[in-house]
Write a protein that binds this ligand. Structure first.
Ligand code: PHE
Length: 446
């Protein structure tokens, strides 16, 4: 009864989809501000090590399970579990992943909605609709609700169209545009007065903060969130990769793209903040740290764009288009996790599954919008700081301790026949077995 499964048509298609999932608000917003408040290049340095040494192996675990099982997260985890107990654990982990990603999407949709509203603001001003522009940029429940609905509708629309016609097609259009917009914005911002101070804040390392445990915790959380790990997203995307594809290389490219775009985003956001400072905009909070939360994107940067005159309108358009694209290619990957499960496990039609689950997420988002202050932070903390690292830990345990090593090797060898002699197979099994779980737990209990 299960519908025929989709498959990405090319390596490029998969790379765009997976890096689209990875590159999101976490890269363009989270990474630069984390770096700025944790010793600049010192954070960058620790982040690079953690991303390659911990997040990449965990990413590979998900991709390999997914492609082996060619199924949604729950079915896939069950299929690599030999005994009854491990099958129950698989069910629990798979479902926790589905629920976690559903809640991540519900807060992500709110923030993404802001990005669309701020994208329409310069358009409205350009067309002379000052009142509309005012409404778009004034924090209000009605505005947030309207844009959550709009954002979720677009996400559902893309996911309804399927793996090739939806995810792959849109990611292949949107990701190259994102990279071009990002580079153009960097080049422009770096020419403005004050930009060099931002570059310094970003790139001159303050190694005194390396010993600070919060740096480690922040860097790991950032790496896991940024590579979309633990919640089954990469597992499901992995299940659509062709058996001819070389997994270690392709996964490496996804990690590389994600990390590079985060590093590039730092070259935009921090210089932009210091340009804002040079233009008289407040960029430090009451404790003297850089403004990092929602205030950064929806007050500091818009205030900067407003000081730039007509050019500012176009810079704002470009910037919020960038943010909207980054959000959308991530949100579709989140919605795909429960949809794949509903389609494969309950035989639901894809478009129906997308509409039903999309509506549920929208309802949760709206509940948060209406109770923003108590709920938003709680949902973010529970999903990204508590659930996601534990799930990442569970995935490593499944691959390294529960799954049969021979099956893993066989799976990797499809598309990479020489893998057994390669560096990846020498290092990775040890990493996911010992280094990743221990490191995740240590950092988690910090
Ligand atoms: N990686 C995305 C980002 O950086 C967020 C994400 C988390 C996407 C979990 C999918 C699953 O914004």
């Amino acid at each position: 009864m299960a519908a025929p499964r989709g498959e990405f048509t090319s390596r490029f298609g998969f790379l765009m989809a997976a890096s689209g999932s990875a590159v999101g608000l976490g890269n363009i917003w989270g990474f630069p501000t984390n770096a700025a408040s944790n010793g600049g290049a010192a954070f960058l340095f620790v982040y690079l090590i953690l991303a390659f040494a911990l997040a990449y192996p965990a990413l590979m675990a998900e991709l390999i399970i997914g492609r082996y099982a060619r199924a949604n997260a729950v079915t896939a985890l069950r299929s690599i579990s030999p005994g009854d107990k491990s099958k129950i654990a698989a069910l629990v982990v798979g479902f926790t992943g589905i629920i976690t990603v559903t809640f991540i999407l519900s807060f992500y949709a709110i923030v993404s909605g802001w990005m669309i509203a701020y994208f329409f603001d310069p358009l409205a001003r350009l067309l002379g609709y000052g009142g509309v522009a005012q409404w778009l940029t004034t924090d209000a429940i009605l505005r947030d609700a309207a844009f959550v609905v709009l954002f979720m509708a677009v996400t559902v629309f893309i996911i309804s169209a399927g793996v090739q016609e939806g995810i792959e097609k849109w990611a292949s259009r949107l990701m190259p545009s994102l990279i071009i917009i990002l580079i153009l914005l960097i080049l422009y911002v770096l020419t403005l007065p004050g930009a060099m101070d931002g570059l310094k804040a970003y790139l001159v390392p303050d190694f005194s903060s390396i010993a600070d445990p919060t740096l480690l915790v922040d860097a790991m959380g950032q790496a896991f969130f940024s590579l979309s790990l633990g919640v089954g997203t990469m597992l499901v995307y992995g299940s659509y990769i062709s058996k001819q594809e070389n997994l270690p290389t392709t996964g490496g490219l996804v990690a590389l793209l994600d990390i590079s775009i985060a590093v590039l985003a730092g070259l935009l956001i921090l210089p932009a903040m210091y340009v804002a400072l040079a233009n008289g905009v407040e960029i430090f909070d009451s404790q003297g740290g850089l403004i990092a939360g929602p205030g950064l994107i929806i007050s500091v940067l818009p205030a900067l764009f407003n000081t730039m005159g007509v050019i500012g309108i176009f810079v704002a358009l470009g910037f919020f288009l960038l943010m909207t694209i980054a959000s959308l290619t991530s949100s579709i990957s989140m919605l795909e996790v429960p949809v794949a499960y509903a389609v494969e496990h309950h035989g639901l039609q894809r478009s129906k599954a997308a509409a039903i689950i999309g509506s549920i997420v929208t309802l949760i988002s709206l509940t948060i919008v209406f109770n923003f202050d108590p709920m938003f932070d709680i949902v973010v903390t529970y999903t990204t700081e508590m659930s996601q690292p534990l799930l990442g830990f569970a995935f490593c345990i499944f691959v390294a301790w529960i799954w049969r090593r021979n099956d893993i090797l066989k799976e990797i060898k499809q598309g990479a026949p020489e893998a057994e002699q390669g560096l990846f197979w020498k290092i990775w099994p040890f990493y996911v077995k010992f280094v990743c779980p221990v490191a995740i737990l240590i950092v988690y209990f910090q």
